[in-house]
Write a protein that binds this ligand. Structure first.
Ligand code: ZN
Ligand code: ZN
Length: 162
């Protein structure tokens, strides 16, 4: 902020001097309207800069204009109970576990080994490094750090559709 401020000020002061000081090298008339408008613009710039620093650089950009977010969510149809059924392509392997809670990733409705109701779902999250987790487990983890719990790869932020 300190550097940006001094840089901004040195850029801002020249026109103020040219239009505000009665005797200046350009012999321009002092213009209070110009100075008021100019100060307003500078204030606006600092306001935006402040918002970007406190809320993050993308805060003012509407969601649809932002860069495409990484899509963590994977849904699959678990057809293990159906005799003829085959698993959809992105279904986790049988016995594949979420390393955060150590429970299986596969949907197991009516299985008492699956203690949390939010895990009875055909949705899981897959990181760019192709590690798989329960949605709730990884989202809770990512509130603490944006790093893969398995391989420590940096994770892009997860944004839900608000
Ligand atoms: Zn889990
Ligand atoms: Zn990983």
């Amino acid at each position: 902020m300190g550097y940006a401020l001094s840089q901004q000020l040195s850029i801002s002061l020249l026109p103020l001097y040219l239009r505000g000081c009665p005797t200046n090298i350009m012999s321009l008339k002092p213009s209070p309207t110009f100075i008021a408008a100019y100060l307003f613009v500078i204030g606006l710039q600092f306001g935006i800069m402040h918002i970007q620093q406190t809320k993050g650089p993308k805060y003012l950009i509407p969601k649809r204009f932002r860069a495409q977010q990484y899509n963590y969510l994977q849904t699959f149809i678990d057809t293990t109970d159906l005799e003829s059924g085959t698993l959809t392509a992105n279904a986790p392997e049988t016995g594949e576990e979420c390393v955060i809670c150590m429970y299986t990733l596969r949907n197991q409705v009516n299985n008492e080994m699956q203690p949390m109701p939010n895990m009875i779902s055909n949705t899981y999250m897959r990181t760019p490094c192709r590690h798989k987790f329960h949605q709730n487990c990884l989202q809770n983890w990512m509130r603490v750090k944006l790093e893969c719990p398995v391989c420590r790869e940096v994770l892009p932020p997860f944004e839900t559709d608000e």
